[in-house]
Design a protein around this ligand. Structure first.
Ligand SMILES: [Zn+2]
Length: 201
């Protein structure tokens, strides 16, 4: 057991910060020290913002996004094309796609991928609510934007099966050469996928 350099309150702060993705024990110590030193400028506003977030964060019952209102800001945005739904694994993916600003449509957050080895089946994901949503609303296209992993692709096939018979087009993200990527550095799987998803110039 390493010896403590500060009182239990500060040690607890460090331990909790170390659980934040991207921060290890060392970065957590640095962050804690920064917070303590900048008590008025950083620590107090951060503590207040966290308390507000704790009290107001909600999960959208329509799409699974997190926000301070339900339905969320995206679901209630009248300027979006509500005939297209992008299906993602996680809220982080939704935020990434929004940053790209390539589409102005709606989303559906699955909350993970099918993974029998980890005991995650269809009932553990927001798949049923997706099927109900697509059946009820005027959806014309579903874009399945799950990760290019075995679990992601298994999940994509399962969703496609569940939506079978509905009058919608189901598409998925292209797999292939990243923007700015050099062919020589790509693995065989990516190159094969890129060749199969080739498009006409
Ligand atoms: Zn929503």
């Amino acid at each position: 057991m390493s010896k403590s350099v500060a009182g239990p309150e500060i040690e607890k702060l460090i331990q909790l910060l170390a659980r934040v993705p991207g921060l290890g024990p060392r970065s957590a110590r640095r962050a804690a020290l920064h917070l303590i030193k900048k008590k008025e400028q950083v620590l107090e506003p951060l503590a207040e913002a966290m308390a507000v977030a704790r009290d107001s964060v909600k999960v959208c019952t329509t799409c699974g996004n997190v926000d301070t209102r339900d339905p969320c800001t995206i679901c209630t945005d009248a300027r979006r094309d509500n005939s297209v739904i992008i299906v993602v694994e996680d809220v982080a993916d939704l935020w990434a796609l929004e940053r790209a600003s390539a589409m102005n449509c709606l989303y559906h957050v699955l909350g993970g991928t099918l993974s029998p080895l980890d005991g995650i089946g269809p009932d553990d994901l927001n798949i049923k609510s997706l099927v109900e949503r697509v059946s009820a609303d005027g959806t014309k296209e579903i874009i399945i934007a799950v990760n290019a992993t075995v679990e992601g692709q298994t999940t994509a096939h399962y969703i496609t099966d569940q939506l079978d018979g509905l009058d919608i087009s189901i598409t998925r993200l292209a797999h292939g050469v990243p923007v700015g990527g050099e062919l020589d550095y790509l693995d065989e799987g990516t190159l094969t996928a890129a060749l199969r998803s080739r498009t006409t110039l």
